[in-house]
Design a protein around this ligand. Structure first.
Ligand SMILES: [Zn+2]
Length: 233
């Protein structure tokens, strides 16, 4: 009895299993097809997204235009080592730099520049510094010369950028602020992205390192500046 019941049960299960397995197979096939469909949709969406955004930067740049970014004005004291007080000539370019001091903040760099009045260590400064979190500190007015770009100090505005490591690559936040600040300055001084240059273009110095060593990143940056200019201020 037990055996028969057992057998019967076994048979029954066997039947159920075969009936269930084809149902399950259909369900599985359905799940697989749905899964594939979802994957295809995701791939398409991500594909479109990444095409539209390059490395994803365009997403963070979507609302970057040429309007004036938030600027923390902390002008240096007028002194011969970092703020000579010399009036600039007509501004004909924007010069991008990197601090060459990994991990240092905009505030660190601003304070270093201001400290040169006492340390007399060297002559150095910049009109603007963009920090690791995208914060912008202004050290020298745009109508005054900063000591950043050698022979072009007199007719350019300089922007120093902080960077987290030795590669010199900027954080997304720094990059985003740099694009907006540069675009705003271009509009302010009636310049195009082609008048935005690297320190390297003035002296051959490896500055800003990442944009010298990665020409396509530099070209992309200028395109992003042009895009922000096109959106207006
Ligand atoms: Zn430089």
């Amino acid at each position: 009895m037990n055996r028969r019941r057992g057998y019967g049960r076994y048979n029954g299960r066997g039947k159920n299993r075969s009936g269930g397995s084809s149902r399950r197979a259909r369900q599985q096939a359905l799940y697989i097809r749905s899964g594939i469909a979802v994957l295809l949709i995701l791939t398409a969406v991500l594909g479109i997204y990444s095409c539209a955004s390059g490395t994803g930067r365009a997403y963070t740049l979507a609302d970057v235009d040429a309007s004036q970014p938030e600027i923390d004005v902390q002008l240096l004291d007028v002194n011969p080592y970092s703020r000579p007080g010399t009036e600039t000539e007509e501004i004909t370019g924007i010069v991008v730099h990197y601090t060459a001091n990994p991990g240092s903040t905009a505030q660190n760099n601003r304070d270093y520049f201001n400290g040169l009045k006492d340390s007399h260590e060297t002559e150095a400064s910049s009109n603007f510094i963009v920090g690791l979190d995208g914060e912008i500190i202004q050290c020298v007015p745009t109508w005054e010369m900063a000591y950043a770009s050698n022979s072009r100090n007199i007719d350019t505005v300089s922007i120093e950028c902080c960077h987290p490591d030795e590669t010199g690559k900027f954080t997304d936040e720094t990059y985003r602020s740099l694009v907006q600040l540069t675009a705003w300055l271009c509009v302010k001084f009636n310049l195009t992205q082609d008048q935005v240059i690297r320190h390297y273009d003035v002296t051959g110095k490896n500055c800003p390192k990442y944009f010298v060593e990665n020409k396509e990143a530099w070209d992309q940056f200028k395109q992003d500046v042009a895009g922000a200019i096109a959106k207006g201020s």
